[in-house]
Write a protein that binds this ligand. Sequence first.
Ligand code: SAM
Length: 227
Amino acid sequence: MPSLEEQKRLIIEELHSLGYLRSEKVVKALLKVPRELFLPPHLREYAYIDTPLPIGFGQTISAIHMVAIMTEELDPVPGDRVLEVGTGSGYQAAVLAEIVARSGEGKKGHVYTIERIPELAEYARKRLEEAGYSSDVTVIVGDGTLGLPEKAPFDKIIVTAAAPYVPDPLIEQLAEGGRLVIPVGDVYLQRLLTVEKHGGSITKRYGIECVFVPLIGKYGWHIDSTY
Ligand code: SAM
C-alpha cells in the first residue's frame, strides 16, 4: 500500500489530468494540507480516497474533487478576506488559508468560517490549530446564512452546504468585484452557482451538478435537523 503522501500525490495528479485542478496555487495547497488530520482517527487511512467521509453529527467532509472544483471556481488570491459557511472538518478552510494567507508575500489574507454545530466547530478549531492554521482561520459557531456582518465585506464567499437560494446577507456582504460560490437546488440535488458583484450589480453562472448536506438556517432550509 503506498504511503498517504504518495496516495495524495496520485489523486492530485489524477484530478489534474481530469481537468478538475487547473491552477498551480490550488494544486500546491492540496499537496500541502494533510486531509487525514481533519478526519476522525479511524478514517485517516482513507484520506486520499476521493469520496465524502463522515465526520460525525450526520455531516461529511467533501470529496477531494469537490474541494478542488469549488476552490478553482472561487479563485482565491493571496490577501483575500474569505468567508466560508459550513466549516465541517475544517479541511476546506485550511486549503483556502494556504492560498490567501500563506502563499503570498506582503498582503496576508484571512479565512472566517462559520459552523452551526458547536461540537464540529470545536473539532475543526483543534484540527486547524494542530495543522498550524490557527492564526489564519477563525472558526465561529452560528447560522452562516446570516454571514458575518462585523467582518464584511469579503472578497470571496464559499458555502459548502446545499442552499434553496442565495442568502441575501451573503450577497450584501460580498465586496465589489467579489465572488461567491454556493450549491443551490433542492435537498437532494444542486448545481454549483457562481455569483459576482460588479458595479453594484450581480451576475450568476450555473456550473456542475452536486450533492451537499443541507444549509439549515434563517436564509436556508427550515428543517429540524437530524442531518
Ligand atoms: N467544508 C467542510 C469541510 O471541509 O469539511 C464540509 C462541509 S459539510 C459538507 C457542511 C457543513 O455545513 C456541516 O458541518 C453543517 O453542519 C454545516 N451547516 C449547515 N447549515 C449551516 C449554517 N446555516 N451555518 C453554518 N454551518 C452550517
